[in-house]
Design a protein around this ligand. Structure first.
Ligand code: AMP
Length: 418
């Protein structure tokens, strides 16, 4: 087949080695930490009925109005590539007969039709956890700590944690009224989007990046000053638990988060290393979402952290010069079978190993070993075989030593440890 070179769709990314391995390492930390906190992995479809996202994210949210990959299938159903994790997970838990509480986590791809730029893609990775059926503020605090530990373990520099409470069904209506009154007085100073938000979802104005809107909002009443007693107490316990755990965080009374379903605690991790797209991840409580999906009243909280932004904010990963890979080299065709046996033995011992099947000359095989960054070569030649030894070549130093055949596995392991 021949033809013009194809390029990837706008806003998508390829992960070739070693970046693909860096990315997997980030995912492994996510999985390990989630299990450590008692979460179990959940996998849901890449696309859902469009309604799942409209219902939960709010039909006036940016995601729903501007960014969804919505399409019709051949039977004319409206489906959407998932723009976020929580709605699908809640749908799945309910469909699976959610009983009691569930702690689940996910790692996967999400899709938003935004304007691509550094840290913003049309397909991106998220790691999320959901604690469904948990009402305690200790859950909120623990989530915040878990996210913080994720960044800490990955060596993300300059990560700050912002925390706020935006109230509940009891106290939000009064606050909303007050805010609408305030925004109404400043209608002329607000951008067009924010003017629309006044009627649709006034709290969202706090998400506006527009300079003039931000100036107006500096004097706006803040949600955390209008909490009912129960919300006040809940938020106080979140802060108490964070303080007890020695967690550093900032109270951010303008933080509301861009989705409709949050209540009470909201939090966000930001990094000064990221520029305009400074949000590494965030989350909060969403006590009413399960009910919206037709389930029983079920409190819940969770977070979603972006994988690409995490990688952008990480200190450059220390990449070993050589891979933990052993290359088996045979000198003459007589040793080929023995080389294949040795290859199998290394793999059986859990050591990554390969050969160059296409190269017959030893020189070419060494060259291949070097090109793929193998840490060592196990060299099998006629003289050595006669004496029951192989040569082990350290590819970083070029040093070569003779090793009894039955000692190859421990010697290769020792070399990897250096
Ligand atoms: P959100 O659900 O919008 O709060 O997203 C949670 C996190 O996912 C963000 O803080 C980002 O790290 C990441 N994220 C969201 N949208 C994108 C995108 N278009 N490209 C890359 N990362 C994203």
């Amino acid at each position: 087949m021949s033809g013009a070179k194809q390029s990837r769709p706008k806003g998508t990314q390829d992960f070739l080695p070693p970046q693909s391995e860096d990315r997997r390492r980030v995912e492994e930390v996510a999985r390990r930490l989630s299990r450590l906190y008692g979460y179990r992995e959940v996998m849901t479809p890449m696309f859902e009925h469009t309604e799942v996202f409209v219902k939960s994210s709010g039909d006036a949210s940016d995601i729903v109005t501007k960014e969804m990959y919505e399409f019709r299938d051949r039977a004319d159903r409206s489906l959407t590539l998932r723009p976020e994790g929580t709605p699908g997970v809640v749908r799945a838990l309910l469909e699976g007969g959610l009983r009691g509480s569930s702690r689940v986590f996910y790692v996967g791809s999400y899709f938003r039709y935004g304007r691509p730029q550094k840290g913003r893609y049309r397909e991106f990775g998220q790691y999320g956890v959901e604690a469904v059926g948990e009402a305690s503020p200790l859950t909120d605090a623990e989530l915040i700590i878990l996210g913080d530990q994720f960044y800490h373990d990955l060596g993300v520099a300059d990560c700050r944690t912002l925390v706020n409470s935006i109230g509940c069904r009891e106290c939000r209506p009064q606050y909303r009224e007050k805010l609408v009154g305030f925004l109404g007085e400043h209608r002329d100073e607000l951008c067009e989007d924010c003017r629309l938000r006044i009627d649709r979802n006034p709290l969202r104005v706090f998400d506006c990046k527009n300079e003039s809107c931000q100036q107006v909002l500096a004097d706006a009443p803040s949600p955390s000053n209008h909490l009912c007693d129960a919300c006040e107490e809940h938020f106080a316990t979140v802060r108490y638990a964070l303080d007890r755990a020695g967690m550093q965080y900032e109270l951010a009374d303008r933080l509301v988060r861009g989705l409709d379903y949050y209540n009470r605690t909201v939090f966000e991790y930001v990094s000064d290393r990221l520029g305009a797209q400074d949000s590494l991840g965030g989350g909060g409580r969403y006590d009413y979402l399960v009910e919206e999906f037709g389930g029983p009243p079920t409190p819940a909280a969770g977070f979603a952290l972006g994988l690409e932004r995490t990688m952008l904010a990480m200190l450059e990963p220390a990449r070993p010069e050589r891979r933990h890979l052993a290359f088996v080299v045979w000198m003459t065709p007589d040793e080929r079978d023995e080389a294949l046996e040795q290859l199998a033995k290394l793999r059986a011992a859990g050591i990554a190993a390969r050969m160059d099947f296409d190269a017959t000359k030893p020189k070419r095989q060494f060259k291949s070993a070097d090109a793929v960054g193998a840490a060592c070569c196990v060299v099998i030649g006629p003289d050595e075989v006669a004496r029951g030894v192989y040569a082990l070549k350290d590819m970083a130093t070029g040093e070569q030593s003779e090793v009894p055949t039955n000692m190859i596995v421990p010697e290769v392991r020792a070399l990897f440890r250096d």
